[in-house]
Design a protein around this ligand. Structure first.
Ligand code: LUZ
Ligand code: MOS
Length: 751
C-alpha cells in the first residue's frame, strides 16, 4: 500500500501545526532564554519588553500556578529558570505579543543580570568533579578476570562520538486554544501527547482531564519530540491559562537548533581480549555519556547503551559501565537509536583496533563472534533467531563480498590519488521500550452504519508511515478496501495514557491494539452474518467485502451486513488494549528479557576518497535486513534508506561543536552540515532477509524505525579503510564524525 500522505506531502496540502488557520485574536509566544551556560541570575528586568509595541505580557517562574517542573524521569528541570541557569538556551520566561515578530523584537529588551559560574562541557571532567545526573550502572556477565586470562591478545583504546541535531523539517511548535470551563486544547507537534498533557496539568496545577492534546502529524521528529516538545506546549498553555486567548508558539529554526536537546555525545574506554582463534573472550567498556544540564531521557538512553554494548556479538565475559555526566549544555535527548549507536560504535572501534594491531581484516573478527542461536546477551535474554549469522551469510553470498574486496584492492593499486574503502557492518537492535510498563497501547475503532470505518490509536504519524500501516491492518482485519478506513488524529480524549511513539514500537504496539479491537467487531459481525444466512458461525468468512459460507459466496455484502447489524443493535465500536507479553527486566541484578525480539542485519559500504582534497563520496551500500515477513515493503524501504543516510551523517559530516564556554558553534545550517542528495550513497540496495518474522511483530513484519540508522556506522570504517590505502602512517583514532577535515589530516599524517 502506498503511503496515504504521499499526495498531501508532495502537493503541500498536508497540515502541520503552523498551517492551522488562526482563530481571531490568536497571540504569539516566544521563549526568552539564557545567553550564558552557567550563572546565578541576579536580576530580570522585563519593564521595557512589557511596554514594547504589540506585547501583551511576559510570564516567568513566579507566574506558574502549579509546579515549575517538567522533568519526565527525574524532577530536575524547571520550565523557567529561577535562581540559576545551567545552559545556553535554558528558558527563563515567555513573551506574548500580537504577532510573532513583535514578540521576537521585544525579546531583545529583556535585561538579565548574571553572575557567571564555572562552565563544564566535557563529560570526563564532569565525572571527575562528581557531577553525575544519576547513579552509574554496570551490566556484566561471566567473569571478566577469567576472560582476560583466556585472552591471547588484549587491546585498549578510547572512542569519541559526537552529538547530532535532529533537524526535523517542522520545528517544535504548539497551538493552545482555550475551551469552555477553563479547559485547554493543545495542538502539538509531539511524539508524546500524554507527556504533554500530563506536564501541562502539572505546571498549571490542573487535573489531566482539563487538557486535551491533539496531533495530526509531525514534520519529522527522530526522537527530538519524544519529550522535548513539552516545554513549548506548556508555555503556550500557561499563556492561555493566564490570558484566555489562543496562543501559538512555533520555534524559529535558529532558536530550535540552539535551545532543544540533541543526540548525546559519548566518550568511552574499552579493553577487548581475544584468543588465538579470534574469539572475543572479554570486553570491558566504560561510557561517559554527556547528559547535558538535566536528566531528560538520559537514564533510559544510558540503559539502552548498556543493552547494546556488544552489538551482534556473543561475548562470554563482559563488564559495561556507564556514567551520565552533568554538563552545562542543553539536556541531550532521544534520537533514533537512543544510545545504541554510541555503544555499537565503541565495540566496532574495539574490533577495528584489534584487527589493525593483528594485521588482519576486521571482518574476520566480526564473523567469528556473531550471535548463534542459543547464545545469550550479557543481560540474560537468549538470542534464538540466528539472524545475525543469516544476514551476514546472505550478504556474503548475494553480493559476493570477497569479490568486492578484491575489486577495491585492485582499484587502489591502480589509482594514486583516488582510493576506495570497504566495510561490513552488522547490527542488532532490541525492540521494546526498555521500561517494561511503557509497552502498552490502545486503539479505538468505530464502524459507521454505512460500512465506513474510523480508527484512532496512540501512534503519532511523523513521516514514518505508521498511519498507512494502521489502515492496512484494519482493512486486512475486516477484509475490506483501504478506502473504507479513515485514520483520525492522535488525541488524548479518544485514546488515553499513550506511550510516546518511540523505540520503533509505534506500529507493533498500536497495530496490535488495533487488531484486537477490529477482531472483536469482526466476531460480532460474523455472528450476525451466521444468523442472517442461517449458517454456522465457524464457516463464515469475509472476503473482499463479501460474506462467504465456507467457500461459497453468499451475496451478502459488507455494507448490508453492517447496516443490518446496526439495526439489530450490535455494538459497532471497540477499544483494543495490547501489552507486550513475556518481557521483564530486573534492575537489581540487571538481568531479564527486556525485548520482544531483536532486529538484525548486515550492510556493506564502499566509499571513495579524493586524497588531494580529503573529500569523499559513498559509492554504494548493500543491505541484508531482517524485516520478518516484510508486508510493508515500500514504507519500510523508506525507513531503511532514511535511517542509513542519517546514520552516515552522524558518522561523517555532522559535527556538533561547542566551545569551552558552552556556546554552540554549529548553530546554523551553514556551520552544521547534514547529508544532502549528493552525500547520499550513489546506490542503495536493500534485500529482506527471508525469515518467519516474529509473532510479537505486527503481521510478523519487524519494527524498522531505528535499526537501519546503525548501518551508517559502516561509512566510518569504510573511510578509514580508504585512508589506510593511501597513507601507511595513518594511525586511526576513533573520533566520530570523520569529517573531510579529519580525513585530510589522516591522509597526510606522518609517523
Ligand atoms: N524511548 C524510551 C525510546 O522512552 N525508551 C526506549 O527504550 C526507547 N528506545 C528507543 C527509542 N526511544
Ligand atoms: Mo525515539 S529515539 O524512538 O523517540
Amino acid at each position: 500500500m502506498k503511503n496515504i500522505d504521499s499526495y498531501g506531502h508532495v502537493s503541500g496540502s498536508s497540515v502541520y501545526v503552523d498551517d492551522i488557520p488562526e482563530i481571531t485574536g490568536t497571540l504569539h509566544a516566544v521563549p526568552i532564554y539564557s545567553s550564558v551556560a552557567h550563572a546565578r541570575i541576579l536580576n530580570i528586568d522585563i519593564t521595557r519588553a512589557k511596554n514594547a509595541e504589540g506585547v501583551v505580557d511576559v510570564f516567568m517562574a513566579k507566574d506558574i500556578p502549579g509546579e515549575n517542573q517538567i522533568g519526565g524521569i527525574l524532577p530536575d528541570e524547571p520550565l523557567f529558570a529561577e535562581d540559576e541557569v545551567h545552559f545556553i538556551g535554558q528558558p527563563i520566561a515567555v513573551i506574548i505579543a500580537i504577532s510573532h515578530f513583535a514578540a521576537r523584537e521585544a525579546r531583545n529588551l529583556v535585561e538579565i543580570e548574571y553572575e557567571e559560574l564555572e562552565v563544564v562541557i566535557d563529560p570526563r571532567e564532569a565525572k571527575k568533579k562528581g557531577h553525575l545526573l544519576f547513579p552509574p550502572r554496570t551490566f556484566a556477565n561471566g567473569d571478566l578476570k577469567k576472560g582476560i586470562e583466556e585472552s591471547e591478545y588484549l587491546f585498549s583504546g578510547s572512542v569519541e562520538s559526537g552529538g547530532q541535531e535532529h533537524l526535523y523539517i517542522e520545528t517544535q511548535g504548539s497551538y493552545a486554544i482555550p475551551q469552555e470551563n477553563k479547559k485547554i486544547k493543545i495542538i502539538c507537534s509531539t511524539q508524546g501527547p500524554t507527556i504533554v498533557q500530563k506536564t501541562a496539568a502539572r505546571v498549571l496545577g490542573l487535573q489531566m482531564h482539563n487538557i486535551e492534546v491533539d496531533v495530526t502529524r509531525l514534520g519529522g521528529a527522530f526522537g527530538g519530540k519524544e519529550d522535548q516538545a513539552t516545554a513549548w506546549a506548556v508555555m503556550a498553555a500557561l499563556a492561555v491559562y493566564k490570558l484566555k486567548k489562543p496562543v501559538k508558539l512555533i520555534l524559529d529554526r535558529d532558536d530550535d537548533i540552539l535551545i532543544t536537546g540533541k543526540r548525546h555525545p559519548y566518550s568511552s574506554d574499552f579493553i577487548i581480549g581475544l584468543d588465538k582463534d579470534l574469539k572475543i573472550k572479554s570486553y570491558e567498556v566504560t561510557y561517559y555519556q554527556n547528559g547535558g544540564a538535566a536528566a531528560d531521557l538520559s537514564p533510559a538512553i544510558m540503559e539502552r547503551t548498556l543493552f547494546h554494548a556488544t552489538n551482534s556479538y556473543f561475548i562470554p565475559n563482559v563488564k559495561a559501565t556507564a556514567f551520565s555526566c552533568r554538563t552545562n549544555i542543553v539536556p541531550f535527548t532521544a534520537f533514533r537509536g537512543f544510545g545504541a549507536p554510541q555503544a555499537m560504535f565503541v565495540i566496532e572501534s574495539a574490533i577495528a583496533h584489534a584487527a589493525r594491531e593483528l594485521g588482519i581484516d576486521k571482518s574476520l573478527i566480526q564473523e567469528r563472534n556473531l550471535f548463534k542461536p542459543g547464545d545469550s546477551f550479557h543481560y540474560g535474554q537468549v538470542c534464538n533467531s540466528g539472524n545475525a549469522m543469516k544476514s551476514w551469510g546472505t550478504l556474503q553470498s548475494q553480493y559476493n563480498v570477497e569479490a568486492e574486496k578484491q575489486r577495491v584492492r585492485e582499484f587502489n593499486l591502480n589509482n594514486t590519488f583516488l582510493k576506495k574503502g570497504i566495510s561490513i557492518m552488522p547490527i542488532c537492535f532490541g525492540i521494546s521500550f526498555t521500561k517494561t510498563p511503557m509497552n502498552q497501547a490502545r486503539a479505538l475503532v468505530h464502524v459507521y452504519q454505512d460500512g465506513s470505518i474510523g480508527i484512532s490509536s496512540g501512534a503519532v504519524e511523523m513521516g514514518q508511515g505508521v498511519n498507512t500501516k494502521l489502515i492496512q491492518v484494519a482493512s486486512a482485519a475486516f477484509n475490506i478496501d483501504y478506502s473504507r478506513v479513515k485514520i483520525e488524529s492522535t488525541n488524548t480524549t479518544r485514546v488515553a495514557n499513550t506511550s510516546p511513539t518511540a523505540a520503533s514500537t509505534g506500529a507493533d504496539l498500536n497495530g496490535k491494539a488495533l487488531q484486537i479491537a477490529c477482531n472483536e467487531i469482526v466476531d460480532r459481525l460474523k455472528r450476525k452474518a451466521a444468523e442472517i444466512l442461517q449458517a454456522d458461525q465457524e464457516d463464515i468468512r469475509i472476503k473482499n467485502e463479501e460474506v462467504f459460507v465456507g467457500n461459497k459466496a453468499s451475496g451478502l455484502y459488507w455494507d448490508e451486513l453492517v447496516e443490518t447489524a446496526f439495526l439489530s443493535r450490535v455494538k459497532l465500536s471497540e477499544v483494543g488494549h495490547y501489552t507486550t507479553p513475556v518481557i521483564d527486566f530486573d534492575k537489581t541484578i540487571e538481568k531479564g528479557h527486556p525485548f520482544a525480539y531483536h532486529v538484525y542485519g548486515t550492510a556493506m559500504t564502499i566509499v571513495h576518497l579524493d586524497c588531494i582534497k580529503g573529500t569523499y563520496a559513498i559509492d554504494s551500500v548493500k543491505i541484508i535486513h531482517d524485516s520478518g515477513s516484510n508486508v510493508f515493503k515500500s514504507i519500510d524501504r523508506g525507513q531503511i534508506e532514511g535511517g542509513l543516510v542519517q546514520g552516515i551523517g552522524w558518522m561523517t559530516l555532522e559535527e556538533l561543536k561547542y566551545d569551552n564556554k558552552g556556546i554552540l558553534l554549529a548553530d546554523s545550517l551553514s556551520k552544521y552540515k547534514v547529508p544532502d542528495i549528493y552525500m547520499a550513497p550513489l546506490s542503495i540496495e536493500i534485500s529482506a532477509l527471508e525469515t518467519d518474522g516474529d509473532e510479537l511483530a505486527l503481521l510478523k513484519s519487524k519494527a524498522v524505525g531505528e535499526p537501519p540508522f546503525m548501518y551508517g556506522i559502516g561509512a566510518y570504517f569504510a573511510l578509514q579503510n580508504a585512508i589506510e590505502a593511501f597513507n601507511p602512517n595513518y594511525r586511526p583514532n576513533y573520533d566520530a564524525p570523520l569529517t573531510p577535515e579529519k580525513v585530510l589530516l589522516g591522509l597526510y599524517e606522518v609517523k
